[in-house]
Write a protein that binds this ligand. Sequence first.
Ligand code: ATP
Ligand code: MN
Ligand code: MN
Length: 366
Amino acid sequence: GAPAAEVSQYACQRRTTTDNYNVVFTDAFEVLAECYEFNQMDGRCLAFRRAASVLKSLPRGLSSLEETHSLPCLGGHAKAIIGEILQHGRAFDVEKVLSDERYQTLKLFTSVYGVGPKTAEKWYRSGLRSLDHILADQSIQLNHMQQNGFLHYGDISRAVSKAEARALTKAIGETVQAITPDALLALTGGFRRGKEFGHDVDIIFTTLELGMEENLLLAVIKSLEKQGILLYCDYQASTFDLTKLPTHSFEAMDHFAKCFLILRLEASQVEEGLNSPVEDIRGWRAVRVDLVSPPVDRYAFALLGWTGSRQFERDLRRFARKERRMLLDNHGLYDKTKEEFLAAGTEKDIFDHLGLEYMEPWQRNA
Ligand code: ATP
Ligand code: MN
Ligand code: MN
């Protein structure tokens, strides 16, 4: 047949749907990436995330090691893992990590909302091994976020279905509409990319009235509270500075007004019922919801940034910097050659500025 097209080293030049034909390899890589993350070996962690992302974009499953020769971002270790899995169905290094007590414990602790690798590590070092240990330990001071993480642990650790996300989008949409009839709103994150399940629901909205977006978000939160569905709210006021250049590092969060919530979702709101028999009988479940409200002239940048995937975003920024001498983040795009900001009304405008072919949200599952 025809020679396969060259695979780009940049995720923003690889159309990646939710169909992953290499899940045996990418799952293995993600275990190793997470292990490196726990050990603060960021370079190796990123290398395995990149390797996984390349394999996710392939139109079929790898069947021989030779097929990896033409692929970018695969180091010696990654290739050795692929070879082992092809030959034996499993890789020694991955099995070792999965059976490691420290890995298992850090994975368990970080599964609690509000607990990051640093806190998990501290608890592990003081000898704690289970969630019951932590709750029973009088010397541990949980912050508000962690308290709610434990309180709603069962609900939050269960996946959110597309139907549940749709029901919440409808509820938030009606709340926004009641405050500002001329609002823009979109379900973003993994669900916008076509995923069937997610760990939360990400929604972006704004008002056409520039400068009123923060008030809108505050009014929405107040309304959710009044409706009796606000179980937890971590509000982060805008720290957006118009004059600042886009940041170089991707991991820095954006400066828009946003909030991280836990909302109560009634079974009756979801046509297909809740994604859990137990909670369906109880009649409701708790769901993690992120809301972000950027100024309307930054809406396209924020939408692009919040749609993800994380790997897609990372490579968009890297591509802009390395290939175009441009700086991109959730707030804007700066051309270092022209020394000016480039405006965008749609995501398509941003791809055009970058000289990239447009990618639909469902093709951004890198
Ligand atoms: P999942 O289905 O697990 O929720 P997801 O792709 O929706 O997957 P999220 O963690 O919800 O993952 O993040 C969605 C997008 O929003 C990502 O692209 C991420 O970079 C961006 N994002 C998340 N939190 C923030 C934040 N505080 N500031 C800026 N961007 C964020
Ligand atoms: Mn999400
Ligand atoms: Mn989120």
